[in-house]
Write a protein that binds this ligand. Structure first.
Ligand SMILES: Cc1cc2nc3c(=O)[nH]c(=O)nc-3n(C[C@H](O)[C@H](O)[C@H](O)COP(=O)(O)O)c2cc1C
Length: 188
């Protein structure tokens, strides 16, 4: 079996909450981003971009997420849950869905492409031996957090926040889907 197939058959995330330093340096991270961008993209629209969050930026976002969550109230969100990963994370990449105007293809395909970039970045990091985890969280879906904290434009959204660091080499696997039960074969 090739290394690629072994990876695809066994890959699993590492929980961001137990990831630590070291993290990839600038050159190593740039290489991961190049791999992530090698992703299907109907119309070559490049409807996504990256925002790299180093530790100080994560802490700044932790303060913002906590204050927004506290203002929203406990019936809406748990402030500690909303801010924890920003308060403790070591490095993260925000994959920003940045849709382009295009009449030729349905806009949802740009969303799918942004999701595909998230998985590619996750896999590139895991295959390179880093711990990695795709998270979102309450704050990432709040327009105020996106604009004030991440300087996104009004038409942009967070597709995913990929936390990258040093994680446990081995993790128990989670239960995996029963693929035959999810698959229909049309023979005619
Ligand atoms: C779009 C998206 C958002 C997610 N957001 C969170 C999150 O905020 N918190 C969380 O605990 N898991 C979240 N997850 C799930 C984690 O990524 C989880 O680690 C993952 O399902 C593990 O799968 P894997 O081992 O196959 O990589 C999210 C997954 C996706 C696809």
């Amino acid at each position: 079996m090739t290394d690629a197939l072994t990876f695809l058959k066994t890959r699993r995330s590492r929980p961001a909450k137990i990831m630590t330093s070291p993290v990839p340096g600038k050159e190593a991270l740039e290489a991961l981003l190049v791999m992530a961008a090698r992703t299907p993209d109907h119309g070559k629209l490049e409807p996504w971009r990256f925002v790299v969050l180093e530790q100080a930026a994560l802490r700044r976002l932790g303060v913002l997420a906590r204050s927004m969550a506290e203002a929203a109230g406990t019936d809406v969100v748990d402030a500690t849950k909303a801010s924890h990963q920003f308060e403790t994370g070591v490095l993260a990449v925000v994959v920003v869905e940045s849709p382009k105007e295009c009449l030729k293809f349905p806009e949802i395909e740009q969303t799918y492409s942004a999701g595909a970039v998230c998985l590619s970045l996750l896999n590139a990091a895991l295959a390179s031996g880093w711990g990695a985890n795709w998270l979102s969280g309450w704050a990432s879906h709040q327009p105020k957090f996106c604009m004030q904290g991440l300087q996104l434009e009004t038409h942009e959204r967070v597709a995913g926040i990929i936390h990258i660091g040093t994680g446990p080499a081995l993790m128990p696997d989670r239960p995996r889907p029963d693929v035959p039960a999810l698959t229909q074969w049309k023979k005619s």
